[in-house]
Design a protein around this ligand. Structure first.
Ligand code: ZN
Length: 245
């Protein structure tokens, strides 16, 4: 068995047998890993407390036959502490962890940019400087972009025409009048500008936005994310791998 070290954010944990937990971590170098923490449910162990969701931990692991075994865990930063007494921030943080877990499907495939986005998102959320839903929507848009699914926001997603009006999830973003599929949403121009600001990290514009545009933006981003998580990602990956004819 060989040892390795990495740092990461604990995404989730679940029970294994009487005393153990399986801990899913998005690490800086290795990508997403699942490791067994032995004996952590038997006692009020400090080891176990370091392996709670939201915690940025430094880990030492043994390569196991099926699952790796976590042999050491040291806290780098407990991001959960700033979130646990603030329900909107806590739920936004939980949605980030779940999205990272679902968006990064493969284990031990390095995902440095996703790791950095998640750390940045949790830090921004905990600092309290911006509305939690804006921080979450920025995280959703940017993690989708890193995964290769940035929505088109400047020109028509289908024909690249500059004059756009509607937003169509199936088309991959904003669309012009000619390309617009039936049933596509027609958001305010300010809502598209807000999505663009969140994607770029332009907080001055995002913080100055109005509530109704934030609400409309959240609805579109949630629907866009959901579509990619449930229907898009596997099939699009498959399509992209096929050779061009
Ligand atoms: Zn078009």
């Amino acid at each position: 068995m060989s040892l390795y070290r990495d740092e990461g954010i604990v995404l989730r944990t679940h029970k294994l047998g009487e005393a153990d937990r399986i801990v899913t971590v998005l690490t800086r170098r290795t990508g997403k890993i699942r490791g067994v923490a032995k004996g952590v449910r038997r006692t009020m162990s400090r080891f176990g407390a370091r392996l709670e969701p939201f915690t940025h931990v430094d880990l030492q692991l043994h390569n196991g036959r099926t699952l790796d075994v976590i042999t050491q865990a040291e806290t780098i930063h407990p991001y959960g502490e700033a979130l646990v007494h603030d329900y909107p921030r806590y739920t936004a943080g939980s949605a980030m962890l779940e999205t990272a877990d679902r968006l990064i499907m493969g284990e031990k495939e390095p995902a440095l940019r996703q790791f950095l986005l998640l750390v940045g998102g949790l830090r921004t959320l905990g600092s309290g400087g911006h509305e939690p839903r804006l921080v979450l929507d920025a995280y959703f848009l940017r993690s989708l972009a890193v995964a290769g699914y940035a929505p088109a926001l400047e020109a028509c997603a289908r024909c690249k025409a500059p004059a756009v009006r509607a937003f169509a999830i199936v088309a991959g973003g904003v669309v012009c009048g000619a390309c617009r599929p039936a049933g596509s949403a027609v958001p305010a121009g300010e809502t598209i500008a807000l999505m663009s600001a969140l994607l770029k990290g332009d907080w001055a514009t995002a913080d100055a936005s109005e509530g109704r545009h934030r609400a409309e933006c959240s609805g579109l981003v949630a629907a866009y994310l959901q579509w990619h998580l449930e229907h898009g990602i596997r099939s699009l990956r498959h399509v992209e791998r096929e050779p061009a004819s």
